[in-house]
Design a binder for this molecule. Structure first.
Ligand SMILES: Cc1ncc(COP(=O)(O)O)c(C=O)c1O
Length: 391
């Protein structure tokens, strides 16, 4: 059976593995060797020139190659590169494409670390940065200058799950010769395939859904071989490579991505519907919820809404603390994408460094709780939330 005739869930299990082999391990071996030996100097030169994964570990490693092939296949891209964290993947990809005198346009609602990199660090290297709102494609178009080299997107956003019209922004960028990058961590390749919608480079914090078990830190960029080779050449200098142990865990996590995302999607929809009808909940944010402001765009560019649901309770921060502290199954911790459900209050965690008026402009009230739903049974999650809201 041809690979591209198979479902993404099936490909998640088999992707990355080399072709037909005999007497080879079914599980991915962990190559714990910082360096690789050549038969003679000519072979060593050839290995280096071919950018092979058997030269020196900062340049690559066979365990990492399996993870890279797997993500490339799931994103429908020619190639991928893995990194030691999502931030390493993002910053290396940005540095590979931007230099002094360039202009870059960033979506305002990006992950906090990316916001800081674009706001504080890029201008120090002579890069001019403009911002636009996820929901305002015209704002992106109006920000384009002759020197614009790159547009950076994230969809859905944290914590209010706003969506950017990926296909539209990608087509405007392409027509103007602007490189487009997107952080697709919240969507996963099972729910959105941005490369197919025209995006040049797709980024993930592999720490989240791709790894899936809250036991590794990693990042990835997927795209054309040209784009990935360019980013990899910077990775070799900047050094943010993934450890082979973590690469093994990533490959293992990806195998169950299809099953996990199915359950994350089902939990997200059921929990958001439960919260939307609860009289102690003021607002619910979830892309596939019937009342969500961008539900039509969600249905167009997503196969499911994912596992993150945010909701606002009465009583501001004190109200949000009361509900969070009363949860017994859902644990208080940052991050998302793992098998276990977590909760956090953005105004005192991920978005604490934003001034209050900017937070309010972004729709992040003090009473907002972000749930990163895991893959527990839906009924248990709803019972936990029902109990906490009644407490
Ligand atoms: C959407 C998103 N992008 C990027 C990152 C950064 O990833 P990492 O923590 O793996 O560096 C995070 C981390 O929370 C995130 O949520």
């Amino acid at each position: 059976m041809k690979r591209d005739a198979m479902s993404l869930s099936t490909r998640a299990i088999h992707s990355g593995a080399p072709g037909p082999r005999r007497n080879q391990p079914v599980a991915t071996p962990i190559y714990l060797s910082a360096t690789f030996e050549s038969k003679d100097v000519d072979e060593q030169i050839a290995t280096e020139e071919a950018k092979a994964d058997t030269f020196y570990m900062r340049y690559g490693n066979p365990t990492l190659t399996v993870a890279e092939r797997a993500v490339a296949e799931l994103e429908g891209a020619e190639s991928a590169a893995v990194f030691g964290s999502g931030m390493a993947a993002i910053t290396t990809s940005l540095l590979a494409h931007l230099g002094q005198g360039d202009h870059a346009i960033f979506q305002r609602e990006v992950y906090g670390g990316v916001h800081r990199f674009a706001y504080e660090l890029l201008p120090r290297y002579g890069v001019d940065v403009s911002w636009f709102e996820a929901t305002d494609t015209a704002g992106f178009e109006n920000a384009i200058r002759d020197t614009t080299k790159l547009v950076y997107l994230e969809s859905p956003t944290n914590p209010t799950l706003k969506l950017v019209d990926i296909e539209r922004v990608a087509s405007i960028a392409k027509a103007r010769g602007i490189v487009s990058l997107i952080d697709s961590t919240f969507a996963t390749p099972l729910n959105t395939r941005p490369h197919e919608l025209g995006i040049d480079g797709v980024l993930h914090s592999a720490t989240k859904y791709l790894g899936g078990h809250s036991d590794l830190l990693g990042g990835v960029v997927a795209g054309s071989s040209e784009l990935v080779d360019r980013v990899k050449s910077y990775m070799r200098v900047l050094g943010g490579i993934l450890d082979p142990h973590a690469a093994y865990l990533l490959v293992r996590g990806i195998k169950s991505l299809g099953l996990r995302v199915e359950r994350h999607n089902a939990n997200g929809l059921a929990v958001s519907r439960f919260l939307a009808q609860h009289d102690r909940v003021r607002a619910v944010f979830y892309p596939m919820l019937e009342s969500f402001s961008q539900v039509e765009l969600a249905r167009r560019q997503m196969r499911g809404g994912g596992g993150v649901v945010s909701f606002e309770v009465d009583g501001g921060l004190e109200g949000a603390k009361r509900v969070s502290n009363a949860l017994t199954l859902i644990r208080i911790a940052p991050s998302l994408g793992g098998v276990e459900s977590l909760s956090s209050i953005p105004c005192v965690t991920s978005h604490a460094m934003l001034p209050r008026d900017e937070r309010e402009k972004a729709g992040i009230g003090d009473g907002l709780i972000r749930l990163a739903l895991g893959i527990e049974d839906t009924e248990d999650l709803i019972a936990d939330l029902d109990g906490a809201l009644s407490a």
